[in-house]
Design a binder for this molecule. Structure first.
Ligand SMILES: NC(=O)c1ccc[n+]([C@@H]2O[C@H](COP(=O)([O-])OP(=O)(O)OC[C@H]3O[C@@H](n4cnc5c(N)ncnc54)[C@H](OP(=O)(O)O)[C@@H]3O)[C@@H](O)[C@H]2O)c1
Length: 165
């Protein structure tokens, strides 16, 4: 199973100036619960935005840069290579962004774990449109904002609709 994990606003916005747009500790915990123990795949810019390897997960970073090495991460030159390595480690792999990588992996993903943040914010990076002919919403859990989580949001699960050819 190849799962995309994303937190996006109501305009599909996901980031600005290589950072996230909100502070939602409940979403960070959700992300940790989903991905811990499984390989995670990300673009070089998302890795730089996080600033370190995330613990208890194999961090696979995609880049076209040559001769770049960094402690604690596996650097690969293509999405295909990232998926190949990840699948050797575990059947369940997670693609964690950013916008550029999401655009290129919607086709190979089986599932989307979306945090839909109930806000419309200025952004420079967006998630692709979720086509209802391709993706079926199978689960939605609503969370209200509180003193630590600045917006209302929903955890949504989408699965790819099987098409018979
Ligand atoms: N809200 C969320 O859930 C979420 C999640 C993740 C990220 N984000 C946000 O998204 C933004 C970053 O996204 P982004 O679209 O700018 O960048 P990105 O997708 O994280 O990374 C893009 C980089 O990945 C490498 N790359 C992409 N496709 C490749 C390919 N086919 N083969 C080899 N390398 C490839 C290139 O690295 P090189 O330039 O090194 O070659 C490219 O510059 C930030 O604002 C971040 O905070 C949000």
């Amino acid at each position: 199973m190849t799962t995309i994990v994303v937190a996006m606003g109501e305009k599909n916005e996901i980031g600005a100036d290589n950072q996230l747009l909100w502070h939602l500790p409940k979403d960070l915990k959700h992300f940790k619960d989903l991905t811990s123990g499984h390989p995670i795949i990300m673009g070089r810019k998302t890795y730089e935005s996080i600033g370190k390897a995330l613990p208890n997960r194999t961090n696979i970073v995609i880049s076209r840069k040559k001769n770049w090495f960094e402690e604690g991460i596996l650097i690969v030159g293509s999405i295909k290579e990232a998926v190949k390595f990840a699948k050797k480690i575990d059947e369940n792999i997670f693609i964690i962004g950013g916008g550029n990588i999401y655009e290129q992996t919607m086709e190979i993903a089986d599932k989307l774990e979306v945090t839909l943040v109930k806000a419309q914010l200025e952004a420079d990076t967006f998630f692709p449109k979720i086509d209802p002919k391709i993706w079926k919403l199978t689960d939605e859990v609503f969370h209200e904002k509180d003193d630590k989580n600045q917006y209302d949001f929903s955890f949504q699960t989408y699965v790819k609709i099987e098409t018979k050819s």
